[in-house]
Design a protein around this ligand. Structure first.
Ligand code: LFR
Length: 503
């Protein structure tokens, strides 16, 4: 038949998914073959990803995909969160369990780097936003450790999974850009940065671009999953945010996007990086995108803040906040009725990155800025959502100003699409229409890049997006309310948020 099936392996911070996309020239539909929890584990004080359990979830997902389809899979693509990695010995053995980017081992690494390379020079060479967990800082913190000393090879998480599935090592470019070791102008390694800091770039296998072949499933994987031989693996935008941006159903060039989930990644798609001092001071990143694009965006805490609050309330046994779907719905309904913009916090503040005590940290931030402290889960939830909307608006305004572009539409994709209050507040804060959907943008972007590489569909990003626009359910939110209320709320946070990156 003319219809092809592609499996998207999409690992997020709270769950992993194997999603099958059925693609034909005018058709595109998804179904979830398997979803499994992603539960980080703390061992002797260090927070790890449970990498073998995730890999087993992927094998189970591929097995489910093989069972549920009458047609063979045309291919597989893998995307996950960024920056983290596994270290391998020369024989391919994983030398240590990958560490979670929310682990605090990188504390002090930025200061150490600054002794050799100023933050100005580092930004001019890599264009990457300062985040404490960038691979660069992880490697600096790991210098001299037994695993890094013994390592023959470093594989970023999607590349590690790809290697286990196919036996073929590679480094996919969009995710490689998040290491802070890539020059966004040449889209190749920033060798002088690595040399200055004593980072061995030969640990990284050669770069692959989205759409490149990445091997075929090993026999043991075929046997375990029941898939028919041979199934190719294709490099996609292996950074989940890169795939999510492909999955933005934009029909005009003047759009901003917010990829929502554990994080909110808010910004613009550009064709060249912005490496100015103003851009660095505003803490904007130039991650590389599919088809030669640049993802000019800022990391904002995202729904992580709410997830962590819910977890804290559950542990304390606060009523009406069990993590069931209905109770989350009730919590959001109560938040919708709570006083708007009563208190806001800076949702870009790295103080919110680590797990634990989120309601207390939010209360502290309110107190510090002289605002009322939220008393109930509903008030805290409203504070988080107002703060996210405010941070969304700020990122989009800054991105437009710093890149000299105009924004007329905001697209929200990813898990936050299901949060109608967040979508409406974002439209209100930005004073722009918000188009929400699809929620599974990363899986869709993954599938589309595979389908194009396989020749099932053709065209550039705008053609891929037109297919999304015509096949995926979308919802539009118009801006409402008094726009100046958002200006006043922003003023309460003062200049702290603007100047953070400059320090
Ligand atoms: C989102 C994401 C962000 C990245 C963060 C950490 O899932 O990939 O883009 O900054 O996770 O890797």
């Amino acid at each position: 038949s003319k219809e092809h099936r592609f499996a998207a392996v999409d690992l997020g911070a709270s769950s992993g998914r194997v999603i099958v996309g059925e693609v034909a020239p005018e058709r595109l539909s998804l179904h979830e073959a398997h979803r499994f929890p992603n539960q980080p584990t703390r061992v002797l004080g260090t927070l790890h990803w449970n990498i073998l359990s995730l890999y087993q979830g992927i094998l189970n997902g591929l097995k489910a995909a093989a069972r549920n389809t009458t047609h063979p899979l045309t291919g597989i693509g893998i995307d996950t969160w960024a920056v983290d990695y596994g270290l391998l010995a020369a024989d391919g053995t994983l030398l240590a369990n990958p560490v979670h980017y929310r682990d605090t081992r990188t504390t002090g690494a930025a200061e150490k780097v600054a002794e050799t390379l100023s933050s100005q020079a580092l930004y001019a060479a890599t264009g990457i936003q300062h985040l404490p967990f960038n691979t660069l800082y992880q490697l600096i913190s790991a210098q001299g450790s037994p695993a890094l000393t013994a390592a023959h090879r470093l594989l970023l998480i999607p590349d590690l999974i790809s290697y286990w599935l196919t036996g073929e090592p590679g480094t996919e470019l969009t995710n490689a850009s998040t290491t802070q070791l890539i020059d966004p102008r040449t889209r190749d390694w920033a060798t002088p940065v690595a040399q200055a800091l004593g980072i061995d770039l030969t640990l990284f296998p050669p770069l692959r671009h989205p759409g490149d072949p990445a091997g075929t499933l090993r026999h043991e994987v075929l046997a375990e999953t029941g898939l028919a031989t041979p199934v190719p693996v294709t490099a996609v935008g292996s950074h989940d945010t890169a795939s999510a941006v492909v999955g933005v159903p934009a029909t005009t060039p003047d759009f901003a996007y917010i990829a929502t989930g554990t994080w909110s990644l808010a910004g613009l798609e550009l064709d060249a990086p912005v490496l100015t001092e103003a851009s660095r001071a505003a803490n904007f990143t130039n991650e590389l995108g599919v088809d030669g694009t640049v993802r000019y965006l800022r990391n904002i805490m995202g729904l992580w803040m709410l997830q962590e609050c819910v977890r804290a309330w559950e542990t304390r046994g606060t009523t009406a906040t069990q993590a069931t779907h209905t109770d989350l719905t009730a919590l959001l309904q109560a938040a919708a009725r709570a006083t708007p913009l009563r208190s806001v916090v800076d949702a870009g503040d790295p103080a919110f990155i680590a797990p634990h005590h989120m309601p207390d940290r939010i209360a502290d931030a309110c107190r510090r800025t002289g605002q009322p402290v939220p008393r109930t889960p509903a008030e805290t939830t409203r504070c988080v959502l107002d703060s996210l909307a405010l941070a969304h608006r700020r990122a989009i305004d800054d991105a437009a100003r710093l890149s000299g572009r105009t924004v007329r539409t905001v697209h929200i994709v990813g898990g936050g699409v299901h949060n109608a209050l967040l979508c409406q507040l974002t439209a209100d804060a930005c004073g722009l229409p918000v188009i929400a959907g699809p929620a599974e943008a990363a899986a869709l972007g993954n599938v589309l890049v595979q389908a194009r590489a396989a020749g099932v569909i053709t065209g550039g990003l705008s053609e891929l997006r037109a297919l999304l626009h015509s096949t995926q359910p979308l919802r539009q939110y118009e801006p409402t309310g008094d726009h100046s209320a958002w200006d006043r709320a922003a003023a309460r946070l003062g200049d702290a948020q603007v100047t953070r990156a400059a320090t």
